[in-house]
Design a protein around this ligand. Structure first.
Ligand code: ADP
Length: 461
């Protein structure tokens, strides 16, 4: 049988450019697909951060990554905007990218069976295939999967910008691109793709409701039969304490005690008291409302007044920068706050943490909890989206479960979950067993890639 041909279209791809989880997926799933025998290729814009020469590169064994070049649009320090807000020409930029995705297929003479689009930046591709390229035989057997990584980022633009898309005004109506008098690219993607995916089974259900659908729940409901949720994996080539050379000392499930060498060294480096009995509570996160940091804000004093150390790494909304800088001043002895993006420090925090907090208000999949598992940090999470699919409440009696959870977005419930975890932390033997257990959990991409292959085949039927 001929190989399944998949073009994975993404506005960010690890290791070339990253602002969020999409980049991790785009840098890993195609490699896992290749291992399943798929001819997987990737396409992304050539940002300033892409240092490779030439117009393509490789990831994995032989996954081609095509770069779409347009220096005026993409040779910038950031991906979507700077301190003044979103770039004003984002629609021009991603219309261009979306058109180039199709044109590049032709230039490379690559006839994909599936173009796997991701988020609003590539949401126009299914539309173009059904409109501008409808009678183009090059793509007559090409189908699309449109994966939504986060409902909150829909690609909204002023009505006046609609002509930039290059489609008839007839499609600017409630059934297609119009969304409260604005242009909504994600909506077009949902309507025109052959199937819609999102990054966890629970989130796939949640987005059909007003609470999580961000106004598109009705449109999604119309396509419910073509909506799928497949949980993301973790790339253990990148995220494994046994091979992670950014750690002070590598460790594995077998040598998990060496995790505490990392804890001691980070405590020292960050000017915290070096004491293995004090639980280290870590956070590595975008500082955005989605992440439930307001829930944390309400209880941060209660947390820091306990015998714990709190280490936070993140950037995002200024109000959280202000909040956490205040915390740093108020609790210099047991907090360590880092307002920046720092991949190396992130890895060291996962390794040093006993607890890892993810109180998200919504979480399509979430990587943090899966990375935490591998590094032996026990996650405390809100039961939503992918967090609900991956983190199960720990039970001391049965030894089952892998973390601590709360259901309602209430800070006192969050605090109760943290306190329960801290109590458990004192049960030295049980805790060591829990740490060892979670380190052995398998959230590799292999399973997810198999699910995707099944879904691609289903779409092609
Ligand atoms: P999202 O995509 O919504 O930001 P995910 O949990 O899916 O959330 O992915 C977040 C990824 O980004 C994780 O790999 C996390 O470790 C990393 N990350 C987030 N903030 C920072 C930061 N300030 N420095 C380093 N890594 C970060």
């Amino acid at each position: 049988m001929e190989k399944l041909k998949v073009l994975f279209a993404s506005s960010e791809v690890v290791p070339f450019a990253k602002t969020g989880g999409l980049a991790d997926v785009a840098g890993s799933l195609p490699i896992a697909l290749e291992k399943q025998g798929v001819d997987a290729r990737v396409i992304m814009p050539r940002y300033a951060s892409v240092k490779e020469r030439g117009n393509e590169a490789k990831i994995g064994k032989n996954v081609k990554v095509y770069f779409v070049k347009n220096d005026e649009y993409f040779k910038r320090s950031e991906l979507y905007g700077d301190k003044f807000g979103d770039y004003k020409d984002n629609l021009d930029r991603f219309v261009f990218f979306s058109r180039q995705i199709l044109e590049r297929c032709k230039a490379e003479d690559f006839h994909p069976d599936i173009i796997h689009c991701n988020d609003w930046q590539t949401a126009l591709v299914p539309t173009y295939l059904n409109t501008l390229y409808k009678y183009d035989t090059f793509f007559s057997s090409t189908r699309t999967l449109f994966t939504i990584h986060n409902m909150a980022y829909q690609g909204l633009f002023a009505r006046e910008e609609y002509p930039k898309i290059g489609l008839d005004w007839a499609l600017f109506n409630m059934n297609y691109f119009e969304f409260y008098d604005k242009v909504n690219l994600m909506k077009g993607g949902i309507v025109y793709s052959d199937a819609i995916g999102t990054v966890s089974p629970t989130y796939a259900k949640e987005i059909l409701t007003p609470e999580f659908g961000c106004g598109l729940e009705g449109v999604l409901k119309n396509r419910e039969n073509s909506l799928y949720g497949i949980i993301n994996g973790v790339d253990y080539d990148l995220w494994d304490p046994a091979t992670d050379d950014k750690l002070y000392k590598k460790y594995s499930q077998k040598t998990f005690e060496d995790k505490y060498v990392n804890k001691a060294q980070l405590q020292k480096d960050l000017g915290l008291k070096v004491d293995s009995d004090i639980p280290v509570i870590g956070i590595v996160s975008r500082l955005a409302d989605q992440k439930g940091l307001d829930l944390l804000a309400d209880i941060i004093d209660s947390i820091l007044n306990m015998k714990v150390q709190f280490v936070l790494l993140g950037t995002g909304d200024n109000k959280y920068h202000v909040l956490f800088e205040k915390i740093a001043k108020k609790y210099p002895r047991n907090s360590s706050i880092h307002i920046k993006f720092d991949a190396i420090l992130a890895q060291r925090i996962y390794a040093a943490s006993d607890l890892f907090l993810i109180p998200s208000r919504y979480e399509p999949c979430g990587l943090g909890q899966m990375i935490s598992f591998k590094y032996g940090a026990i996650p405390v999470v809100r039961q939503t989206g992918g967090l609900k699919d991956t983190v199960k409440e720990y039970d001391l009696q049965t030894g089952k479960g892998n973390g601590f959870t709360f259901v309602e977005p209430r800070s006192r419930d969050f605090l109760a979950a943290i306190k329960k975890a801290l109590l458990m932390y004192n049960e030295k033997e049980a805790w060591a067993k829990l740490v060892r257990n979670v380190m052995g959990l398998d959230f590799s991409w292999e399973n997810s890639a198999k699910e995707y292959v099944k879904l691609y085949k289903k779409i092609l039927k």
